[in-house]
Design a binder for this molecule. Structure first.
Ligand code: CA
Length: 418
């Protein structure tokens, strides 16, 4: 098994098999640059680039790592991503002396993660949010329309999505201010205005477009992996009372666009490759442009809630990316089949990832079944939805044999409405 010269614990999310990309800065001063997470360190790629480590890749003398976003590197394409990954993996391995035996280089290029602040990794131009969990769509449909009409007639044929708001995507650690909006209480004749009473999280993951497609030129399903750079954890915060009042006829708007949080490290598709598994059986068979090998990824997902009075964060849900009905190849092929263009840095989120069991649901809406069965916390508190002061954290990882390929976490604390 490939090993690093650095001491990386088996339960670290950031093994040498992972090597996710992120944008970081030092806690004291310094501008943001691109790095790779390895164990408890961040490897500054701008320094490796300056030392000529990537000269022999397709990058040549082109500089892409001294930047405040991954976009320039993402645009370089799949072959470059593979070459750069291989060079970083070799440089960090215990068998190669280049970095292992150069203490001076280590001193400037390997930075303890605790001395860094993570920034937004990608300049996100467009954001699309899918609705690809059959369990989630069924749960929500059952609550709002009854069991018999739970899934809309199109759901098993189309990877349903809506266009989200890119400007309010924030990196993990950013506080979330409780939004205000219009709601209509069930017993009222007319709507009222005020802070949402039903603030929720949505357990999701997202993928980033690396190389886009031109307007009018769809991405064929068998070519989709060529365009996908990597993945992050996503929390698509939602205000359920605002959503209920506004969502017909055009779907969610202010209930969703006040904030979406992402994890700072982008895990590449190369790192995820060993964790491919079959997705759920798709019946009816999708139309030809959506037919795939039905591959997805085995990514364990945990949701933790920390209230102000609880001493520790409490796990309130555990799900898995592999439960999703529609896979990312189908999402991207569908997104572009009408000729819609995509660009480097566009984010496509999965939709809430709910599993088959009650403790695997990906939102408070489902976990408490619209508030009917509150989540009970060990200290005696209850939650129907999220309160001010609550911190919601999602973590995710793939389990290898003696190592993890992890995403770290995406976390956000709720602040009182302004
Ligand atoms: Ca969502």
């Amino acid at each position: 098994m490939l090993k690093s010269f650095l001491d990386v614990k088996p339960d670290s999310h950031f093994s040498i098999q992972n090597l996710p990309y992120g944008v970081f800065r030092l806690k004291v001063g310094s501008r943001p640059v691109i790095g790779v997470a390895i164990g408890d360190y961040v490897l500054d790629l701008s320094i490796l680039e300056d030392k000529g480590f990537f000269q022999r890749t397709f990058l040549g003398s082109k500089k892409v790592f001294g930047k405040s976003s991954l976009n320039a590197f993402m645009e370089c394409g799949k072959e470059t991503w593979k070459q750069v990954r291989t060079i970083i993996q070799i440089a960090l391995s215990d068998g190669n002396p280049l970095l292992r035996d150069d203490k001076d280089l280590q001193k400037i290029a390997l930075i303890p993660a605790k001395d860094t602040v993570m920034c937004m990794p990608v300049e996100i131009g467009d954001y699309t949010d899918f609705y690809s969990s059959k369990e989630h769509a069924t749960n929500v449909g059952t609550m709002f329309r009854g069991k018999d009409n739970a899934l809309m007639p199109n759901w098993l044929h189309i990877p349903i999505a809506y266009h989200g708001r890119a400007s309010s995507i924030v990196v993990s650690g950013t506080n979330i201010v409780r939004p205000k909006g219009q709601t209509k209480p069930a017993d009222a004749d007319s709507p009222i205005f005020g802070p949402t009473k039903l603030l929720d999280f949505e357990l999701e993951m997202g993928f980033f477009i690396g190389t886009g497609n031109s307007l009018g030129e769809p991405i064929a399903i068998e070519k989709t992996y060529d365009h996908i750079f990597g993945m992050v954890l996503v929390n698509d915060w939602s205000a359920r009372d605002i959503q209920t009042w506004e969502y017909q006829p055009l779907g969610p708007f202010l209930a969703k666009n006040f904030a979406t949080s992402i994890s700072p490290w982008v895990v590449t598709m190369d790192a995820l490759e060993p964790f491919k598994v079959n997705g759920p059986v798709q019946d009816p068979e999708p139309l030809p442009y959506l037919r795939t090998q039905n591959e997805t990824f085995d990514i364990t997902l945990d949701v933790m809630l920390k209230t102000e009075s609880e001493k520790k964060a409490v796990k309130i849900s555990g799900s898995n990316f592999k439960y999703l009905y529609w896979n990312i190849q189908q999402q991207l092929a569908h997104h572009t089949v009408n000729g819609c263009n995509t660009k480097a840095g566009d984010m496509m989120a999965s939709g809430t990832i709910s599993g088959p069991d009650k403790d695997s649901y990906g939102s408070m809406l489902e976990l408490t079944w619209r508030g009917e069965n509150p989540v009970k916390l060990p200290g005696g508190e209850e939650r129907k939805f999220l309160n001010d002061g609550d911190t919601l954290t999602i973590s995710g990882y793939c389990q290898g044999d003696g190592y993890k390929v992890g995403f770290g976490e995406v976390s956000g604390k709720i602040l009182t409405a302004k």
